[in-house]
Design a protein around this ligand. Sequence first.
Ligand code: NAD
Length: 542
Amino acid sequence: MLSARLQAPPAINEPVLSYAPGTPERAALITTLASLAGTEVDVPMFIGAKEVRTGHTVPMHAPHDHAHVLGHWHKGTAHHVGQAIDAALAARRDWAAMPWQARAAVFLKAADLLTTKHRQLLNASTMLGQSKTAHQAEIDAACELIDFWRFNVAFAEKLYSDQPVSPPGVWNQLELRPLEGFVLAVTPFNFTSIAANLPTAPALMGNTVVWKPSINATYSAHFIMGLLREAGLPDGVINMVLGDPADTVDTALAHPAFAGLHFTGSTEVFQGLWAKVGANVAANRYRTYPRLVGETGGKDFIFAHRSADLDALAVAIVRGGYEFQGQKCSAASRVYVPISCWKPLVERVLPMLAEVRVGDVRDFSNFMGAVIDQRAYDRLTGRIKMAQHDPRCEVLHTGFDDRTGYFIEPTLVRTDDPSHALLRDELFGPVVTAYTYEDEDYEAALRLCDEASPYALTGAFFARDRGAIEHALGALRDTAGNFYINDKPTGAVVGQQPFGGARASGTNDKAGSAMNLLRWASARTIKETFVPPTAWRYPFMG
Ligand code: NAD
């Protein structure tokens, strides 16, 4: 260990590259896409120092070209989860004993590798495997992940340096110990950055991890593991297991050394996992109470006041509702509009939707790719068809076709039923439902927005009138963990808008912030008295 008070390099947000025609990043990305498209990748599990191949393989397809096989992943069993837990527990002592700066250096190196050598590999694999456009891949797989790694180091440094006061004769210290056991990271398909952040944030704090990526994102997960290994992450610190989701996760949750769950995904799955952990706690199965962090679903809104700038509102609906096919937890999926603004708003939105191109993400003129798989396509088109036959709904723009890829056009529905399921349920696709309210029912509409859905992740309020903005901040206070004024409800940036929601949207531990990192530490207070008393009587007893 160095005899020095080290300071981590300051964190700054990674600039987003444009990929405009003629730029070097566009040329590099196109070359990487072509080289990946010509190879089938064999994805093993990573357990301790080993790459584990079971021979029981599952194909990975590109959602925008489902005949295109990207490679295969090796399916594991409960046995492999047990091995991964053993590997995590074996690596724990040395990793936890490392100075935090040494752990930080691994992730800072990973960030630098991602800004350079690995940038287009992670972007291209996210484009091909998850059907993101070049821009959506860049802001996720490159920039957000680089930011997670750099900012988490800065936040950890702040947490470690926050020490209690020490009166004369005493030195009080606060140590942030890793949790006693292993952390289980269970990650969603829709963000490569989240997939990597969920195992690495606890690891930065000295924990060792079993990571179960989404079946629909094993392709980019493979390249994340390659990058972390190149950055010098010791074997066993993060163990990636692949298998049946419920079996894999249940096996890990049942282990006595399970110490924390870092989950992002749907509300329903998180609620099921919480119940299982509760039953295991009641059965005294664990050595310690596990930490449960879950960022889950959303039914994110845009609420327009009659003073709203309609040009800005229209763009927020198109970008906030349909980018990445509406498969962002933060995507706008319900819009509240005063009836006086509806016609001019629709006159702005519909021409934009007519221009939006949906297709293969390797064609850079496309604004949207495909939804993630056949299940999502069937579920979403089923809801759209129901709306087409529902007298309470007017479908203003839609279209779908799954012959080549799982393509769904940006879909805009209007309803005059404020309790319609389309205003309540998370659909997780390119479907935006608008409710038009009478201008004089403004207060009631704010209440509807607050109460229509069980979620509280993101929300946006559009108004020019400052009084209306102040009022909405109060009226909609509990409806969103990330609230936007005159901006779309997507696109949170690490270090700028810490992200997470409450109610059915999660535990609101704000990914990419000190609040999240604290959940992966168990504080120990140490009091040292330099000259302890040697007589037991107090002066008042004289
Ligand atoms: P999902 O719930 O289907 O899957 C998430 C993870 O849980 C995956 O790794 C999956 O394999 C696993 N899983 C699925 N069923 C399981 C089971 N029965 N037992 C144990 N594990 C199981 O979610 P998804 O489709 O990958 O992602 C979309 C969801 O994630 C949406 O609801 C979205 O809102 C949410 N999300 C939330 C945030 C946020 O920050 N709040 C961010 C991204 C995504």
